[in-house]
Design a protein around this ligand. Structure first.
Ligand code: MTE
Ligand code: MO
Length: 402
């Protein structure tokens, strides 16, 4: 082997292994990586059961659903649902005995630690809800805020089943008098040597969010996958991803917001380039938003003739009233039709517009309207964290019809 080949091989391997290690891949997966392939992270071991063809792996802890992978039947299968972890997930052994997982309930008149088995005796409700990362659409902000450049796929619509938080609270005598926030804490083991407040996943939402919240043990008809927060997840319908605490181990009704960094300085709506602090609004409720999934930009040129333009529309926490589609970048709009069952105000709905397209260039866009006549905005103001991008113009994309 000549020296130059040797060096280039070492360079390639070093780069490849770093990327793979970052993705959390084990030894066997590294060994299988083709030597000549560019360093592209694969699915890490803890989500190896997901469908690699439907996902965009940004890093081992940020994995996005492809635009073409949402399908047209409302619910996002677990195999295609995005992943976002702020910390390494707890050991998978926590789902060995799901009913034994416990959550400490504080800030109620009778504080107590309850097991999942206890919770299962206290009530049952099911909700279809959009789970959407606060940073979904960040990749479309002009200022290129730091963080994962999510496009549309840090979102999914899933069905959660569990006990209503309000039932648990009622059974424990109600919240304490000064409670104004509901605070959930994730069950990760915190890295040693760091200030716990700087890394812990602990989020506060306004107390009113309790009315719709669940402590959920089932997702899409199966026990909540470990990667999505099993054995128990705090689900806060209408609130962006970060507020939906996985492997929740503490639920507290508190007079003030947690001072964990993820709440105090993280996830705040700030001007571009500015650091967050509690004087800026917290990233909580989601807005009315829609985007087109098919024909997908990644699928290449579209055949001329009839085309079924389809996508998803969500109202945040309101029902949808209307959905429009444009094939000329928003100069002209046509009302599209909602498809399939309406799973309630927290779910998304699929829509379709059949159009006959002649060969040429088109710019596809959609805009949704909620039940209170609020239109999806044309552009969300750019912000420091790249949060809550729901602007229709940013989500438009060109297609070529041949
Ligand atoms: N315990 C815990 N909960 C968490 C997180 C986390 O890192 N730890 N990440 C949050 C963020 S930022 C998002 S977008 C969603 C992602 O949920 P998913 O991985 O099930 O798609 O979980 C939220 N809840
Ligand atoms: Mo997120």
């Amino acid at each position: 082997m000549t020296q130059s080949t040797d060096l280039s091989r070492r360079g390639l391997l070093a780069g490849g292994l770093t990327a793979l290690a970052g993705a959390g891949l084990g030894r066997s997966a590294q060994a299988q990586a083709p030597a000549a392939a560019p360093a592209k992270p694969g699915l890490p071991a803890y989500v190896a059961w997901k469908d690699p063809d439907q996902m965009i792996v940004h890093t081992g802890t940020t994995i996005e659903t492809k635009r073409s992978a949402f399908g047209t039947s409302v619910i996002t299968p677990a195999e295609r649902l995005y992943i976002r972890n702020n910390l390494p997930a707890p050991d998978v052994s926590i789902v060995a005995n799901r009913d034994a997982w416990t959550v400490a309930v504080e800030g109620v008149r009778q504080p107590v630690t309850l097991s999942v088995a206890d919770l299962k005796s206290m009530g049952l409700e099911t909700v279809a809800a959009v789970l959407q990362c606060s940073g979904n659409g960040r990749g479309y902000f002009p200022s290129k805020p730091s963080g994962t450049k999510w496009q549309v796929g840090a979102a999914g619509c899933v069905i959660w089943s569990g006990v209503p938080v309000r039932s648990v609270v009622a059974a424990l005598g109600g919240v304490v008098e000064d409670a104004r926030f509901m605070t959930g804490t994730g069950g990760e083991t915190l890295p040693a040597g760091l200030d716990p407040k700087s890394v812990i996943v602990e989020r506060s939402v306004p107390l009113r969010a309790m009315d719709d919240a669940l402590l959920a043990w089932e997702m899409n008809g199966e026990p909540v996958p470990h990667a999505h927060g099993g054995p128990l997840r705090l689900v806060v319908p209408g609130y962006s991803g970060v507020n939906n605490i996985k492997y929740v181990k503490r639920l507290a009704f508190t007079p003030v917001e947690t001072d964990a960094a993820i709440q105090r300085t993280g996830y705040r709506m700030t001007p571009p380039g500015t650091r967050g602090d509690p004087s800026f609004p917290a990233v909580w409720e989601m807005d009315v938003k829609s985007w087109i999934n098919g024909p997908a930009p990644e699928a290449g040129p579209v055949r001329a003739g009839m085309v079924q333009i389809h996508g998803v529309a969500m109202g945040g926490s309101r029902n949808l009233r209307r959905i429009d589609v444009s094939v000329d970048g928003g100069q002209n709009w046509q009302e599209a039709r909602f498809v399939g069952p309406d799973l309630g105000r927290f779910a998304w709905r699929q829509f379709v517009l059949p159009v006959r397209l002649a060969p040429g260039q088109y710019l596809l866009a959609s805009r949704a309207q909620d039940s209170r006549f609020n239109w999806q905005v044309e552009a969300t103001p750019d912000n420091g964290g790249g949060f809550l991008n729901s602007g229709w113009r940013a989500h438009a994309f060109p297609v070529t019809v041949v």
